[in-house]
Design a protein around this ligand. Sequence first.
Ligand SMILES: NC(=O)c1ccc[n+]([C@@H]2O[C@H](COP(=O)([O-])OP(=O)(O)OC[C@H]3O[C@@H](n4cnc5c(N)ncnc54)[C@H](OP(=O)(O)O)[C@@H]3O)[C@@H](O)[C@H]2O)c1
Length: 163
Amino acid sequence: MRAILNADRNWGIGFQNRLLVHIPSDMRFFREHTTGNVVVMGRKTLESLPGGRPLADRDNIILSRDPSFSVKGAAVVHSVEELQQLIRDIETDRVYVIGGAEIYRLLLPYCDTAYVTRVDYAYQADAFFPNLDDMPEWELTEESEEQTCHNMEFTFRTYRRKQ
Ligand SMILES: NC(=O)c1ccc[n+]([C@@H]2O[C@H](COP(=O)([O-])OP(=O)(O)OC[C@H]3O[C@@H](n4cnc5c(N)ncnc54)[C@H](OP(=O)(O)O)[C@@H]3O)[C@@H](O)[C@H]2O)c1
């Protein structure tokens, strides 16, 4: 599986169930990677999407512990084991973990790649991604040139799990 996210200087990813930043080229990057593929997200992230609806043109899988939770246009699973069962026949590179903090933490051990749009600013945040720079099993393998959007400076980073 692959994780895809944007994070600030402190690995902050959200505040009050919203994203910290909206950068058009980051959204395009996200769309290009995930369209036609599988996205896995937590119930809270689903609720933070426009209209609380699953993402179009992707197979959406929602994690919730609530056995009665259901949503039109998405599969709901209740554990990592159930998720693994559901995606067992899908190429792992086609499965994108798209948040939020709890689900990234839960599924990072099953990911081999993380696409991080890294914004060079410290926002107020209450949701965080694990700091990959401090994790010896992960390495930064690629980073784009610095880009700017409305005074925000950011780069597209790729981290990979060491072999
Ligand atoms: N920057 C980014 O790229 C990015 C991307 C996505 C989200 N975010 C941000 O992240 C924040 C939301 O993160 P969050 O941690 O609060 O919520 P979350 O990870 O989206 O969802 C948490 C929910 O997932 C379910 N869950 C968690 N562990 C589970 C398990 N082991 N088995 C089954 N279900 C499980 C539970 O749902 P139930 O309560 O229904 O049981 C839990 O409440 C928001 O601020 C959002 O904007 C940022």
